[in-house]
Ligand binder design. Sequence first.
Ligand code: DAH
Length: 345
Amino acid sequence: MKEKEASTREKLKRWSHEASKELKEAKDHSQLDDTYKSYLGKKGLLSEISKGLKNLPIEERRDTGQMVGEYRNQIESLYQDLSARLTQKDLEKRLQKENYDLLRPFSLPIGRLHPLTIMQREVEDIFSTMGFEMMDGPELETDEYNFERLNFSKDHPARDMQDTIWTEDGRLLRTHTSAVQVRAMEIKKPPFRILAHGRCFRYEETDSSHETTFHQIEGMMVDRVVSVAHLIYVMKILLSRIFDKEVKVRLRPGYFPFVEPGFELDMFCLLCAGKGCSTCRHSCWIELLPCGLVHPQVLRLGGISPNEWSGFAFGLGLDRLVMMRYGVEDIRRFLSGNLRFLNQF
Ligand code: DAH
């Protein structure tokens, strides 16, 4: 038994000697790894002895097992050292060759905000100073929120102007952010003021001022006595802050089933300043802000008594607002992914 042990120890000693010698001779990582595998791999001596352990008598098994473990650890740590040394050497060589200058100025391409996001945040800031609270709603809406509770009955002709994509379970990609008004009335007790931004979708023939995916900011204020004067005041505050000057606007009647009276607030076209251009369709006015006083029926459907409360609402075309401020002549640029365009903001 002793003899056997001695010979195993001898074998392991020789194995370790050869392994460390060969490992130390390795010139690069691939040689080092190959040598490592040949000594410590499945077919190496160590693994052969380990496999034979189970055939040894119990008393011998422990000592031999321990011995194998010690030698394995020795060679393993030598391998780790050598590998780290080679990595360091590789790095030194590379640094010498590359002549790396730590102080050289460099620039990383940094992202930036999309112009629509810049404007959205600005509008949100303006409205939060006037006590409006931010709200959110889903892009995939139900008929009830998008139409019915906004006073569009199932066969209402005004639905025709807002065709969109419907899902098989009867929901739709929302055609406007007005659906968030309904959600607001559901969860808030009057008085309240809310603002909601988001993507809207419509079946549209696209041109320089129409896109199938566009962005709106919806506002709603419900209080005891809300009048058109409040509405105009708030709209004027918004536009004069955004454009940093008095902006010419006009109010004309507009029809939306959920407001009475309803208006279209148009803004004098800043792109052509009265000369006529394709963006304003040569009318010199841009339709920017449909709005009105909340229809009593809409309040009622929202569980709010129109005898006690009144409100105004508006749906701002965010894309058009950005177009006006930055002089963007085509709405289709926004979702084009064209970095040369986007990098200007
Ligand atoms: N949701 C309407 C649309 O997209 C716009 C609108 C009109 C919103 C009047 C309003 C409003 O809140 O009061 O055509």
